[in-house]
Write a protein that binds this ligand. Structure first.
Ligand code: C2E
Ligand code: CA
Ligand code: CA
Length: 507
């Protein structure tokens, strides 16, 4: 689950980061575009105002020469020929003195009362045709020359084809946009972009593009989005493969424990002289639905490395309690039940309570519960571990040191640890044959155990010669294929119910 979630989260994060960067980039470029749009609107507006300025020059000459039919004709021709101008008129002493329209008429209501800055936006209600207009005004001697520019041309200049951005032309505290009448600007204005024209007293204001725009993202970044999606999927796939490659055995073991596929097998521990059953050692087996029973050699190291050894052992303990309770009446008195514990598990806080709880759950309280500590890791027998094991010994558990002689740690801890059994490893027992010198190392190991007054269990007894050697040396507890192989619970019941059939020869 975790190995799927991590790649998915990483891919989503990567994609979102890509989308974020792309959104920012597109926003910056949209901002640059809207600024360019404002400059474009200024260029177009300036071109119109240049027409007005050139018309003003002609009107200035007329104002100096005199109006008359010729003057009116000249103003009319200029207004008609310049594509963006509507009317040109001259005001003298508060009266319309000369106009491009016949009869010196104009289309403005009360033009004489209007203020006279170079540019003036006049709203629709002050025009006879009900349309707003931009005035370009120039004072020449005692005359005021006024050129009117139709709102349509101003709006054309403001119509920059950019989605999501609107432009307006601002003159003093009045403004006109691409639609509607002239508006008077109050103090509270939304934050707008502004480009001030250099040659004429006006500015072009524009709204900023929205930072997040799905439409812009899809329209301008569609290809990159698709590419990002592909990269994110690829990263997720590579991560998934990598994570699962490394943790596949761990994951399948985890699910096996959860599904109860790790089951206890039992190997009998016998009295080598009498052949009677003295107890069992619990050995884990993976009951794989396809591969059958898998030996612990392949999964115990994985369990120890990943920490899964703890739930694995707990699951075995629970099964052992149930199974032993089911046959409690058939168990001989003081029957040994040995479970293998890894040092990492013993070192965990609460291990003592866990063992006490395990002990409490047995119907038969006279059972000899053995804690087998392996020296395989190699064992780091530190102070805490010794304290824990001694505490358990004092609470009635038997402590067995497994695979004795194979580890590399020093033997100094043997003085401090209250050990009940030493299990002599199979590798020592297997060397015993008819030749006398084959037992030399084993003789030394047994000698050491005897000197420490610790009981010995011999493991891996396979031959009659080994049995004889062990009996000669008074090694009572023996375990090995010579007697019994590890068996599932159902077979253990058969063993318990049958009379001992081990052929024991005492020499
Ligand atoms: P071990 O604790 O030394 O267990 C004895 C091993 O020797 C077992 O191997 C057993 O099947 C094998 N054996 C017994 N008699 C003979 C014999 O006559 N000849 C030979 N050649 N082998 C014999 P198994 O079951 O494969 O277990 C291997 C090791 O895996 C165990 O060694 C133990 O260290 C570990 N292990 C098994 N179950 C558990 C467990 O539940 N927890 C932990 N922590 N370790 C476990
Ligand atoms: Ca063992
Ligand atoms: Ca062993």
């Amino acid at each position: 689950m975790r190995n799927t979630l991590v790649p998915v989260v990483a891919a989503v994060a990567l994609f979102m980061m890509g989308v974020f960067i792309l959104t920012l980039q597109l926003w910056f470029s949209a901002r640059a575009d809207s600024l360019a749009g404002a400059r474009y609107a200024i260029e177009k507006t300036n071109a119109i105002l240049v027409e007005a300025r050139s018309a003003t020059r002609i009107a200035t000459a007329i104002a100096q020469k005199g109006c008359g039919v010729e003057g009116q004709y000249q103003l009319g021709t200029e207004a008609a020929l310049e594509p963006h101008l509507r009317t040109i008129f001259i005001i003298k002493q508060g009266e319309v003195w000369c106009s491009s329209l016949s009869g010196n008429r104009i289309l403005l209501i009360n033009a004489r009362a209007l203020p006279a800055p170079q540019l003036l936006l006049v709203s629709a209600k002050n025009a006879l045709n009900g349309l707003p207009v931009l005035l370009y005004q120039t004072k020449v001697a005692d005359s005021r020359i006024v050129v009117t520019i139709s709102d349509r041309h101003i709006r054309d200049a403001l119509s920059v084809p950019l989605k999501g951005v609107t432009y307006r032309l601002t003159v003093g505290d009045a403004a006109i946009g691409t639609s509607g009448d002239v508006m008077t600007l109050g103090d509270k204005q939304p934050r707008l972009g502004k480009v001030v024209a250099a040659d004429f007293p006006y500015s072009i204001d524009y709204t900023f593009p929205a930072i997040i725009s799905l439409q812009r993202l899809i329209a301008q970044g569609g290809g990159i989005l698709l590419f990002l999606l592909l990269i994110a999927c690829l990263v997720a796939y590579v991560m998934y493969r990598y994570l699962n490659k490394n943790t596949a055995p761990e994951e399948s073991l985890r699910s096996a424990i959860a599904k109860g596929e790790i089951v206890p097998f039992y190997q009998a521990v016998v009295n080598g002289r009498e052949g009677s059953l003295r107890g069992v050692e619990v050995l884990a087996r993976w009951k794989h639905p396809k591969a059958g029973y898998i030996s612990p050699g392949s999964f115990i190291p994985v369990a120890e490395k990943s920490g899964l050894i703890v739930p694995l052992t707990r699951s075995l303990m629970a099964q052992v309690v149930t199974q032993m309770n089911a046959i409690s009446s058939k168990l001989p008195e003081g029957f040994h039940v040995g479970v293998n514990f890894s040092a990492s598990h013993i070192a965990m806080p609460g291990f003592i309570d866990e063992c006490l709880d395990y002990k409490r759950r047995f119907v038969r309280q006279d059972l000899n519960l053995v804690i087998e500590v392996t020296e395989r890791e190699p064992l780091d027998m530190d102070k805490d571990l010794i304290t824990t094991l001694n505490a358990l010994h004092d609470k009635g558990f038997a402590i067995a040191l497994d695979d004795f002689g194979t580890g590399y740690s020093g033997l100094s801890y043997l003085h401090d640890l209250r050990i009940d059994y030493i299990k002599i490893d199979h590798s020592f027992v297997s060397r015993v044959n008819e030749h006398e010198e084959s037992t030399r190392i084993l003789d030394c190991v047994l000698d050491l155990a005897r000197k420490l007054s610790i009981s010995i269990v011999a493991e891996g007894v396979e031959t009659k010669a080994q049995l004889d050697y062990l009996n000669r040396n008074n090694i009572v507890f023996q375990q090995g294929y010579y007697f019994f192989k590890p068996v599932p619970f159902t077979k253990l019941i058969h063993i318990l119910l049958s009379k001992p059939k081990v052929k024991v020869v005492v020499e």
